[in-house]
Unconditional design. Structure first.
Lengths: 225, 290
């Protein structure tokens, strides 16, 4: 899932400055799971903004709406049947960066601004805690590294083993974090596959990670040709 | 004629090297004095590449100055600051300046330096850099394109005998050797038993090992304790001893480490570091009986 964090409140307040009628547009998928931009977080943000702007004697109308996903055009277009988008002079999106952009594409006559900072692709480690697991590098090495990604988890993204700073299995950059290569070594040892680590992995092929990337499923290719 | 660094290592004599950090700025006066002071006591001088991720003059310029002063440089090349194009073109450039000894390093993380918002590049790692340098020497770049004129390099890599756990680190060291490293420079060692364990492993490869020795000074003790020096693990007892020591005592302690390493016959030489106090290197060597 995509993990995001809400921007600092004052930054959000500056982003909406000058607007008279605002729609806070929530997203009910990843950012709802990571407690950053779902229905509840939209409600909290709306209340905070209303109070803060009222204290500054600013007359601003704030509405809120959360849709299933902002990374899917059909869900965004449904908004038109629920609210009059043209009445708003700003949409404050609590989606990830992808969702904000698609909302901006659909409503390209409206100012759409982000309320979140999109942070990483990760997993839920437990209630309220998420960790980064994938850099979406398009050149996955997990088969060689015991299912643990050095590109993501090693602070330097080293693909051939640890740097010299590992201490008690922790990363030199942040002693609170595990050294990726200690994790990989331990996992490979458990699997009886330490020999995997003895192979030199080639330099990453950055050309396979084209920006902006587009994937068309084979079954749909003819439709878009 | 004096032996080159490569010849000295091949001869089996105990090789003495040291390290100098390039200046932050264009004033080379202090650097020239340091080079002159070390000229007659070391076999080669390592020149760091934005050491600890602190922005300084590029090491190739300093290496060239050292060569002109009659001192053989070992140029550090860090993967942190350049992608594969820049690294390879720099390697060709330094070869044209007569710089032959290259120490391939990953580079300390930018977090430890003075440009903490910089993007750490790490397009390739130190194993790849060794492979790339070896390929250049064989007339090809990383993409397999032929070169018009190829460089000559004597390639080295770094290792930390005190990395914990050591097993994954040793696997990487083996990769570095396989990739083309002819010598290893270790992080400063503070526990000779760790060095012994390390060299028992490297002995199987016949690679030359220069053990790192670092001058410990009282002012830096808090930084060793809080982890500001990545990869340097100084035992608490030694830190306490350093806290109470004057410079003469600090020099003597470093000298004793040199003496201990030489007497142990574990390594082929030493690599001395004394950041900010490189002028003490001749004194350390004297205290070490060299």
């Amino acid at each position: 899932m995509i993990v995001a964090k809400r921007k600092p409140f004052n930054e959000i307040k500056d982003l909406v400055s000058g607007s008279k009628k605002i729609l806070i547009l929530g997203c009910g998928t990843c950012v709802a799971v990571c407690l950053a931009g779902g229905e509840k977080e939209v409600a909290v943000l709306a209340s905070q903004l209303k109070m803060a702007l009222a204290l500054e004697n600013r007359d601003v109308e704030i509405d809120k709406l959360t849709i299933e996903r902002q990374c899917d055009r059909e869900f965004i277009e449904e908004i038109n049947s629920k609210v009059a988008v043209d009445d708003y002079d700003l949409i404050l999106s609590t989606a990830c960066g992808a969702g904000v952009q698609l909302s901006s594409d659909v409503f390209d006559h409206k100012v759409v601004v982000p309320a979140l900072n999109t942070t990483f692709i990760g997993v839920a480690e437990g209630p309220g805690i998420w960790s980064e697991r994938c850099r979406s590098c398009s050149d996955c090495v997990l088969a060689e590294t015991g299912g643990i990604c050095p590109v993501t988890i090693c602070a330097k993204g080293l693909v051939n083993g640890p740097c010299g700073g590992t201490r008690k299995g922790k990363c030199e950059v942040d002693p609170e974090k595990e050294c990726a290569w200690t994790l990989i070594y331990n996992r490979l040892e458990k699997l009886g596959r330490v020999d995997k680590m003895e192979q030199t992995l080639p330099p990453k092929r950055w050309n396979v990670q084209q920006h902006p990337a587009i994937i068309i499923h084979e079954a749909y290719r003819r439709r878009y040709e | 004629m004096a032996k080159s660094f490569e010849e000295a290592l091949a001869s089996g004599e105990f090789v003495v090297t040291s390290s100098i950090d390039p200046p932050k700025g264009t004033d080379l006066e202090g650097l020239l004095q340091l080079v002159q002071r070390q000229k007659d006591v070391v076999d080669a001088v390592g020149i760091s590449d934005n050491h600890n991720a602190v922005m300084c003059m590029s090491p190739w310029a300093v290496c060239r100055v050292a060569l002109e002063q009659g001192v053989e440089p070992i140029m550090h090349v860090a993967c942190r600051d350049r992608n594969r194009l820049a690294l390879q073109s720099d390697l060709l450039a330094v070869a044209s300046l007569g710089i032959k000894n290259i120490l391939c390093v990953s580079g300390d993380h930018v977090k430890f330096g003075d440009h903490v918002d910089a993007k750490p590049v790490h397009d390739i790692d130190s194993v790849h850099l060794l492979e790339a340098a070896k390929a250049l020497a064989q007339g090809k770049d990383m993409a397999g394109n032929p070169l018009h004129g190829s460089p000559e390099f004597f390639l080295g890599a770094t290792a930390n005998p005190e990395a914990d756990p050591i097993e994954p680190h040793l696997i990487k060291v083996d990769k570095k050797i396989k990739a083309g490293a002819s010598f290893l420079v270790t992080h400063p060692v503070f526990n000779i038993e760790n060095l012994k364990r390390f060299t028992e492993h490297t002995r199987q490869s016949n690679i030359k090992v220069l053990a790192g020795v670092r001058l410990l000074i009282p002012e830096e003790v808090p930084k060793y304790r809080d982890g500001s020096y990545p990869g340097l693990f100084v035992p608490e007892a030694l830190l306490e001893q350093t806290e109470a020591a004057d410079m003469e005592k600090c020099t003597e302690v470093a000298g004793n480490t040199v003496k201990e390493i030489k007497a142990s016959n574990l390594c082929d030489g030493v690599y001395l570091t004394a950041p900010g106090h490189e002028d003490k290197i001749p004194d350390i060597l004297k205290a070490g009986g060299i």
